[in-house]
Design a protein around this ligand. Structure first.
Ligand SMILES: Nc1ncnc2c1ncn2[C@@H]1O[C@H](COP(=O)(O)OP(=O)(O)OP(=O)(O)O)[C@@H](O)[C@H]1O
Ligand SMILES: [Mg+2]
Length: 221
């Protein structure tokens, strides 16, 4: 429908936090009785982006310069934004995205130590004013998240990082959420799957109710 912008919902958190599991669960509850829903992920979401994802996650690539990693991720993101996310939002679809730019702040900005300013500069350039309407941040201790992620099979390139890397990423995610309470909801991802899903439902209802009151002056991006 022309003129009605969709909503942009992202699922964030470190490895094994439960992003993909809870995205699927929320999707099943949400889809079918409302607007079009587009489900996508980062890095990826387009043919080129998925090729870049393969490179980014391939353990045989080994170490790459942190700058290379950040730029490859934003290359995939530029493609994703122009060809998928922006057109979907413009036609009124609700976009559910498994990871987005918060992950770049957490992993490359904090984990790799590139700093938030570099990530913010790319975010401003490529996204303009576009930010997620809702970020569901699944918070788990890295040891638990990695244990879960590794139980799925062999490690990808990021999962080869040490616990300190994921501790830095976790702290950066939590700090971003703390500074932006209107858009972010922190969910305890250490609970069992059903309890996490119940927390997602509560956060979702709370956000919908708040969103209906319109923009709150003074909330930042
Ligand atoms: N609350 C939970 N309790 C126990 N196991 C869980 C829970 N949530 C997810 N899992 C399991 O942990 C593993 C990782 O979950 P999931 O794939 O949803 O995490 P993720 O955040 O998407 O991870 P990644 O960043 O690696 O994509 C899966 O095998 C999943 O079934
Ligand atoms: Mg996942």
């Amino acid at each position: 429908m022309a003129g009605v912008r969709g909503r942009f919902i992202t699922f964030e958190g470190i490895e094994g936090a439960g992003k993909s599991t809870q995205l699927e669960r929320l999707l099943r509850r949400f889809a079918g009785n409302g607007p079009e829903v587009v489900v996508t992920r980062e890095p990826g979401g387009t043919a080129l982006g998925e090729r870049l994802r393969d490179l980014l996650l391939d353990p045989s690539i080994g170490t790459m310069a942190a700058e290379t990693e950040l730029l490859l991720i934003f290359a995939a993101r530029a493609e994703h934004l122009r060809r998928c996310i922006e057109p979907a939002l413009a036609r009124g679809a609700w976009v559910f995205c498994d990871r987005f730019t918060d992950a770049s702040f957490a992993y490359q900005g904090a984990g790799r130590g590139l700093g938030m300013d570099r990530v913010a500069a790319l975010e401003d350039w490529l996204q303009g004013d576009l930010r997620p309407d809702l970020v569901l941040l699944f918070d788990v201790p890295p040891r638990l998240g990695l244990e879960r992620a590794l139980s799925r099979g062999k490690r990808d390139r990021m999962e080869n990082e040490d616990l300190a890397f994921f501790e830095r990423a976790r702290a950066a995610y939590l700090e971003r959420a703390r500074l932006r309470p209107r858009r972010y909801r922190v969910i305890d991802g250490a609970l069992d799957v059903d309890s996490v899903a119940a927390a997602v439902d509560a956060a979702w209802s709370d956000w919908l109710a708040a969103a209906n009151h319109g923009p709150v002056p003074g909330d930042d991006r």
